[in-house]
Design a protein around this ligand. Sequence first.
Ligand SMILES: *Cc1c(COP(=O)(O)O)cnc(C)c1O
Length: 239
Amino acid sequence: MSPILLNGDAPKTNGHAAKKHYDGFGTRAIHAGSEPNPLTGAVIPPISLSTTYKQDAIGVHKGFEYSRSGNPNRDALEEALAAVEAGGAQALAFSSGSATTATVLQSLGPDAHIVSVNDVYGGTFRYMTKVAKINQGLETTFVDLENADDDTIVAAFRPNTKLVWIETPTNPTLRLIDLQRVAKLAHAHPSQPLVLVDNTFMSPFYQSPLLQGADIVVHSLTKEAALPAERHWRGSEPI
Ligand SMILES: *Cc1c(COP(=O)(O)O)cnc(C)c1O
């Protein structure tokens, strides 16, 4: 699964229990989205296998109608991810990192232009330059966002630039991009592109792009499963 995390105000609760606020990263990672089950007291969320849910009348239900649109386990994962990604208002989980990439780029509509870091993950590069280019007319300008000066970056923006795609550190060459600088340049431009950061390599534990000016964060959780074992702690916060 992979999430998109969106910056901004937290949404109103959608009929489920109000979200609790936890301070420490470790507490959020363990408890957010994982409250004891109100019916049984189970502390680990039971796996929900139902595809469809009972409706007392059309649209009258307990928050779930069909598993593709919402499922208790996916909700729990999304709540946990929104809680650990500092500044995250809401998360959406998909079946892979690349499904997330496809969804974000499709949401830009036909004939959009984006600016991307030139050293972007190979699967992302191929989606941009092959699938999205052919299917929706997406045009991508690849820029060395690590070394380019401000004028070079701004010169890449067009009136229909809808997104700036940043990955930092990049996979696999570990280039580092100044998120605050690029976000500031993007948001000051008249085309007002959204700024997206692929935070797969650092994870929310080490890097918080939403606090650096990004509008959207994406992760491939395929890679991040390995990270917790490498973390170092002092008290309740990472060092
Ligand atoms: C692996 C990876 C992806 C794609 O994720 P999948 O879950 O394999 O589709 C996207 N971005 C980065 C940086 C990756 O390493």
